[in-house]
Design a protein around this ligand. Structure first.
Ligand SMILES: N[C@H](CCC[C@H](N)C(=O)O)C(=O)O
Length: 285
């Protein structure tokens, strides 16, 4: 089919990828740096006027000797953030397939720290998501004291919020049944609550047993997604700290399952799950 030469000439190549339905537009900016304004990110993420995604990811050249790549995350609302777990699996897959590095672990540096990803048996990707942090100031979150969970007064009662930072802020709420959780109503209200100066991702966690749970996440800057990798890690960390979980949990999200495990008590969290290509293309920015 004739491509309509002028329409696609000089477009910037991109790859569309997804992890359990959390979807991404990925630009490989290792050899050719790319600067995007928030308005450009919003348009690229728009499912009618752009390509469409929950987050836009940049794979960049390393900025230090301790990493193979620098990894940047932008939410659909155009804001740059410091972590995206499902996205880390996708850029790790792209990095391995790009042939730029020898087979083996991929060291991804973010604004918040270093993550190591590797291809697991069966083709999934495993990512060391680092050590979860529980001090409200790490999110940041402003509450009268450093207690965690915090009880947030609402018109119809109060909510226990389990606060976790995975490099990005999460508030986890335990619910009896995720299918009946008020994900949009509460998610939207909490995302922009003044207690969270940088806003917050809101997880709704249904504990099935010490090794199984279900989770829905209202994501900062993207709304409810089919899966949230850092949200699954935050929910596991909160549940482990509260005594609900053992050292490994199969976390059931709308888009599928992630396996989240602690390497040791107080140690880093590992997240394992799929990372898939959807299509590639080019677009004039
Ligand atoms: N909305 C998140 C970023 C993406 C997180 C999610 N897609 C994941 O897989 O971790 C935030 O603002 O921190």
């Amino acid at each position: 089919m004739a491509e309509g030469p002028s329409l696609f000439a000089n477009g910037r190549p991109f790859v569309k990828m997804q992890g359990l339905g959390n979807d991404f537009v990925v630009f490989d900016a290792v050899d050719e740096p790319l600067h995007l304004e928030p308005a450009q990110v919003r348009r690229l993420a728009d499912r009618r006027f752009g390509i469409g995604c929950d987050q836009l990811l940049l794979l960049e050249a390393p900025r230090d000797g301790d990493s193979d790549f620098h990894y940047r995350v932008f939410n659909a609302d155009g804001g740059e953030v410091s972590q995206c777990g499902n996205g880390a699996r996708c850029v790790a897959r792209l990095a391995v397939d790009s042939g730029r590095i020898a087979p083996g672990p991929v060291r991804l540096a973010t604004r918040d720290g270093l993550m190591v990803a590797e291809v697991a048996a069966g083709g999934d990707i495993r990512v060391n998501m680092g050590v979860p942090r529980f001090s409200p100031k790490d999110l940041p979150a402003r509450f009268p004291d450093a207690r965690n969970p915090v009880s947030l007064p609402l018109a119809e009662g109060s909510l226990d919020l389990h606060l976790v930072s995975m490099g990005n802020p999460h508030a986890v709420i335990r619910v009896e049944n995720v299918d009946e959780a008020l994900v949009e109503t509460l998610g939207r209200a909490l995302e922009t609550h003044p207690a969270f100066p940088e806003r917050v991702n809101v997880g709704f966690l249904e504990v099935l047993d010490t090794a199984h749970a279900r989770l829905r996440v209202w994501e900062r800057g993207a709304g409810e997604t089919l899966a949230c990798g850092s949200g699954a890690c935050a929910a596991m960390a909160a549940g482990r700290r509260a005594g609900w979980f053992g050292p490994e949990v199969k976390m059931g999200l709308q888009g599928g399952n992630l396996v989240i495990s602690f390497e040791s008590d107080g140690g880093p969290l590992w997240m394992q799950g799929p990372a898939e290509y959807v299509f590639r293309g080019s677009i004039r920015l």
